[in-house]
Design a protein around this ligand. Structure first.
Ligand code: BES
Ligand code: MN
Ligand code: ZN
Length: 498
């Protein structure tokens, strides 16, 4: 995590290796915004922009020699795109610009960021975007390579709002959120030989250490004793045994009680219904939901939200070992419902079902599950947009929060006729439906274990792990859903049941 500070001073005097300012398109060129650059410099940049090929569009990052009147030796121009009619930029435009600049400046020590952020919300957005963009994963790099690949070391965000209490609070919140997202990215990027279910459970204990979050780990013996048939069946083909981890944050007099369930398949080979070799390496990210749930609970505690949050991490490795489950096996989920396993690659819904039963039994106001559940969700919505399903209320709550967080979610339906395909010939349920609408039938399968509780199902199969960088996201793990679920929790603090 980079060091993040804020200042209300003039950015042109900032002691930094680079000063980032914003640009946006105007007829015939670009306007420079965010810092009180010496007039001659601002005019020269604006004049030369067309010849330099600078457009002011989002994701454009250009470095120039700064010249006199600016202390930093390098001036970085980052595109903000068109402003709103009122001349202001959306939080997401600010986050994205700050993030693109921080990401592009990887390897730089100190970066000063001066984007148009005159209130606390805008300051928070710039700080959040910058911190998210400064992420780098170098755990496995040795020697000089490790140095090359580190992110920006220190970020200083300039805004007149930095001196006020609201601005300071927004910056502190941004730091907690970025810490959570970075922690998720670290877990998801970790190689699956290092991150198996027991190791993940240890990581949960480490993350909760020194906080008010309580961690309970059920190992394979406890899972057997509790008849968690889904986790046991999926995990039985691996030498690394499954775990169910409960992480609980329970403030006094909470305004609402929320349950979170995360899919934590530390590697999804498909099992006996094995996946093709091409692209299988990305299945180390099949625990992104559980990682997001873990660090959302920790962040809720750090933010001191007046909402009780319990997370369930469904941890198993889906492998085709000699003791693996077979297509046609029948297993019983926690609580007794039986499932005929017709495809061992539809494992996520089986491990999630066990935990949903416990989560619902706890009597929460709302359950949210986060899972890299289906390739079909990626086919439907592409690699950047996550699907949200569930009850009307649950879906609406997530979509509203997504507007604020900037993480793209889109609703998918539960057409009643798809339920029939899940009715078992041999057992209560089959673990796969018809191929068309695969994201929907996976959700409908989960609904069987949710009952009447308000519920949102977040399928992050596409956006959990990125094949290319964009804005404040680098390649690889993204931390998708942490910011939206945290926003839901913050919203519940004021509107617990609507
Ligand atoms: N983990 C995968 C889903 C996935 C696909 C996540 C691509 C991220 C990127 C999941 O366990 C899976 O294999 N789903 C199957 C379900 C099918 C067998 C019904 C799928 O989507 O093909
Ligand atoms: Mn699978
Ligand atoms: Zn999977």
């Amino acid at each position: 995590m980079p060091e993040l500070t804020c200042s209300a001073k003039s950015p042109i005097a900032a002691k930094a290796d680079a000063l980032v300012v914003g640009t946006h398109p105007v007829p015939g060129g670009v306007a420079v915004v965010g810092a009180d650059l010496p007039r001659a410099l601002a005019a020269r940049v604006a004049d030369l922009a067309p010849a330099l090929g600078i457009s002011g569009e989002p994701d454009e990052v250009r470095r120039l020699p700064a010249g006199s009147g600016v202390k930093a030796p390098v001036l970085v121009l980052v595109g903000l795109g068109e402003p709103n009619p009122d001349g202001r930029f959306t939080s997401e435009a600010l986050r994205r610009a700050a993030g693109a600049a921080a990401r592009e400046l990887a390897g730089t020590d100190a970066v000063a960021i001066a984007l148009p952020a005159d209130d606390a919300a805008a300051l928070g957005a710039v700080a959040e975007g910058a911190a998210l963009g400064a992420y780098a994963y170098s755990r496995y790099r040795t020697g000089p390579d490790a140095e090359h690949r580190r992110g920006v070391r220190a970020l200083e965000v300039f805004s007149p709002a930095a001196k006020g209490a609201a601005g300071k609070a927004a910056a502190a919140r941004a730091t907690i959120i970025a810490d959570a997202v970075h922690a998720v990215r670290d877990l998801v990027n970790t190689a699956p030989n290092d991150l198996y279910p027991a190791a993940f459970a240890d990581a949960a204990k480490a993350a909760a250490k020194g906080t008010g979050v309580k961690v309970t780990v059920l190992d394979e013996k406890a899972l057997a004793a509790g008849s968690y048939g889904g986790l046991l069946a999926v995990g039985q083909g691996s030498a690394r045994t499954p775990r169910l981890v409960k992480v609980a944050y329970a403030p006094t007099r909470p305004a609402a009680k929320i349950a979170l369930v995360g899919k934590g398949i530390t590697f999804d080979s498909g099992g006996i219904s094995i996946k093709p070799a091409k692209g299988m390496e990305a299945m180390k990210s099949d625990m992104a939901g559980a990682a997001a749930v873990l660090h959302t609970v920790v962040a809720a505690e750090r933010l001191g939200l007046p909402v009780a949050v319990t997370g369930w991490l469904c941890l198993a490795e889906n492998m085709p070992g000699g003791s693996a489950q077979r297509p046609s096996d029948v297993i019983a989920i926690r609580g007794g419902k039986t499932v005929e396993v017709l495809n061992t690659d539809a494992e996520g819904r089986m491990v999630m079902a066990d935990a949903l039963v416990d989560a619902v039994a706890d009597g929460p106001d709302l359950v949210m599950d986060v899972a890299t559940l289906t390739g079909a969700a990626v086919v439907a919505l592409g690699k950047r947009t996550a699907a949200v399903m569930g009850t009307e209320l649950g879906r609406g709550i997530v979509l509203e929060a997504s507007e604020v967080s900037g993480e793209p979610f889109w609703p998918l339906p539960f057409p009643a006729e798809l339920r029939a395909d899940l009715t078992g010939r041999v057992a209560d349920l089959r673990n796969i439906g018809d191929r068309p609408g695969g994201a929907l039938s996976a959700g409908i399968f989960l609904a069987e274990f949710v009952g009447e509780t308000e519920w949102a199902h977040l399928d992050i199969a596409g956006p959990g792990f990125a094949s290319a960088p964009l804005g404040y996201m680098g390649k690889g793990a993204t931390g998708m859903s942490v910011r939206t679920v945290l926003q839901v929790l913050e919203d519940r603090a004021t509107a617990p049941t609507t």
